[in-house]
Structures are given as C-alpha cells and as structure tokens.
Ligand binder design. Sequence first.
Ligand code: ADP
Length: 458
Amino acid sequence: MKSLYGKFVLSSILVLAAGILLSYLVVNTVYHRDMKVENDEKHVKIAESMVSFIESSDGIDLERYLRTQAEAGYILYVSDREGGGSFYGGPFKENSLPGGTVASVLDGHTYHGMRDLPAETFWSGYFANDVANTVGVPFTFGGNRYALFLRPDIGLLFNELHWLSAIMFVSIAAIGFMAVLYTAKKLIRPLTELTEATHQVAQERFTALPDIRRNDEIGQLSDSFRRMVRKLEENDRARKAFISDVSHDLQSPLLNIKGYAELLGKAELPDGQRKEYSAIIRDEALRLSDLARQLLLLTSLDQITDLPEFEPMNLSVQLREVIRKYRWAFESKGISISMELDDASCPGDRELLEKVWENLLSNAVKYTPDGGEVAVRLEAAPESVILIVEDNGPGIAPDDRERVFDRFFRADEARSREGGTGLGLSIVKEVVTLHGGTVRAEEGPNGGARFTLTLPCS
Ligand code: ADP
C-alpha cells in the first residue's frame, strides 16, 4: 500500500485492532487475578444457601426446587455417586468432572472448579458452560448424601447483554472505520493538493495555489508553501528582468564599438574624428569592463550564504584614502569636497566596504555639476557609525529614492548621461545589508542627493 491515505487507514485499523487485543489481555489478567476467586466465592455462597434451604425445609419437592433454581438462571448438576446424577437448566457443554470430584464433595469438601479451572483465556474461564467450571457443595436430603454442582447460566442471564455488547462492538468498529476513512481523506487531501501545486511550480506556473485554510500544521505548511512560491515567483521575475537588462546593457556599448570601429576603418577620415571615435570606443570598452566587474561582484555577493568573518578596521582611515583617490576627479570638475570624519573602527570586509565608498563618491562626482559641493561626514555613535555623503547636484526624485538601489535602475536624467551601469547603488545596498546595516537616499542641501548609511559596530 503506497499511498499515504492507504497507510493511514491501515495503520489506524492496526492501532484499533491492537487496542482491542491489549484491552482484552488487560481484562483477561484482571479476571484471572481478582474476579475468578471472587466469582467462585460468590457462587459457593449461593450453593450453600440453596443446600441450607433444602436441608432445613421438611418435605420439600427437591426436583421442583432444583428446576425452579435452574429457571432462575443457574445450571445445576446433582449426584449421589461418581458417574451418575441429574442435570437442571443448561445444558452443559462438557459433562465430565475431574475423577474423584463427586466422591470428594460427598465427603464434605467444597469443589472450587470456577476458581481452579486452568482456563487460559477469560472467555473459556468465565463463559465456559462445563460441569468442571462449577462450584460443588455437599448436602443431605431424605437421609442420603448428595453433591450439588452449580454455575450461572450465562446464556440465559446475559443473552440481551450479549446482543447489546455485540451491537455496540460492531457499531464502534463501523463508526471507527468510517471516522478513520473520513479523517484520512480530510488530512491527506490538502497534502495531495500541495503536491499537485509543487508540480505546477516546478513548471514555473506560480498561480495555481491550493486554497487551504487551517489552523494546524498542514495550514502552517500551506502558508510556508505560499510564501515560498511568492518568493520563487519574485526571484523568477527578478532573474528574467536581470537577464533582459544585462543583455540590453551589453548590447548598446557593443553596437557602439562595432559602429565606430567600422567608421575608423574608412581611410579618408580626418584626424580629429579618428581621435573622437577611438575615444568613444575606449569609453564604451571601459563601460563594458565596469559592467562585467560589477556583475561579477554582484554574483559573488549573491552567492554568500553564511556571514563572512569580519575584521576590525578603521573606517575613517579607509575613507580618507578613497577620497584622496577621487580628489583629482573632484578637482577636474571644480567640485569642492569637505569632510568631517570621526575616528571610527568597525568590523567589516575591507574590500567590499571600499567598493561602497567608491560607488558613493563616484556618483557624487558624476551627478554633481561643475563647481558644485560635496560633503562627507563620518559620525561615530556608541554602537554604530553613520556615514553621510551629500551633494548639491540635481538630487533624486522622491519616487526614485527607493528604486535607485534596484539593479539596473537609472533615473531618466541619468540615462541620458553616459558612463553608468545602474549597478553601483545595488552593490552598496547589498554590501551594507551583508554588514547588518542600512542605507537610504534622501534630499540633500539645495535639493541635491544625500545618502545616509548606518553600520553596526558591536
Ligand atoms: P549609475 O551607474 O547609473 O550611477 P547607480 O546604481 O550608482 O548607477 O545609481 C543609480 C541611479 O541613482 C543613477 O542612475 C542616478 O539616477 C541615481 N543617483 C545615484 N547617485 C546620485 C546622486 N549623487 N545624485 C543624483 N542621482 C543619483
């Protein structure tokens, strides 16, 4: 049986059967340990009261009395010698007594068959209608010694009870079986639906999700599954957008290179134009190389699953070095740069953080107009450092302030500008997130851009 449904039904039935078997064994043990002795004593007392009545009643019709007792629910055997005697009620299934029993009772001993019968099970002990499964007492009647053997007529006494118990037992089994089938169906159906949904998701169909609303573990599984599918869908969309952006961004510089290389091939080209075209080809090649470098970095950032071991590093020293590297770029555009750097040390990845400062500063150079101003501040807080880079350039439109951190996003004005890939700020965001920090874009002085970056230092 391979299906979960079949296994569930089978195991429930097995558990049910095992439960019945175990409870039967428990009842059996209780019967053998306690009830057998009590039952025997109780019936010895009944037999003794019968014989005392017989012995004390003069002229009693013994036959009639014994028949009346049999009708009241007992099976009786009366004998005055081994191998003979009369039966009342019943009948007994087995009429033989262990040898010498009648003689022993006639001798004055009480026979405890109900207690001593070596019955192995409860059924063959309590319900066996055998003469051996009786109690026996002696009595004297009309000057003769007799032995009276007695046991309750279970068939007569418990007939209705038998039927009621049987009906109850069958109903419990039938209702239990149906309940097991119903519960199994109810439990397994959502799992089947979820399995079907995983097949759909495997074929990149993210919409056919089962509508399972439950408060139990299956409900939790379904919620997790939904969340996972949403995430997969998002990743799938991002992956497709990424591939299309990459192809587009690779294509335009390549086309430019191809076009200008063809123009360069023309022999009659004036010297000035030749220089101009080769400069364009060089710039486009640089852009391609930037793009490849940044894509490589982003891919390696994507592949980081465990947090890397960070070493403590002096951020102000590193920042100062990067600013020094960019000073010529600021000067060539006549941009004044001011800096206020607190001495701050934080654990971090030296190479990755350098990329963060470089991207923020190169953007400040790129987007601040000639003669503009850029300010860099590093503030040391008790458990973190805050870096602010602001300029008085065109700034970022409020709607774009979140999106500038998306891969390949470039605001419209930036698109018209050559020399960007739209990947710099997404690298900044990923590196900062990897360090457990945050970064946001706001409005800077005179409508320029301000980037505020917080890094935890504990
Ligand atoms: P890019 O290579 O285009 O600079 P980035 O990811 O570094 O890519 O930046 C994404 C976009 O954010 C830019 O295209 C630009 O529109 C905007 N941006 C970034 N820095 C600034 C800034 N200092 N001033 C104005 N806009 C900026």
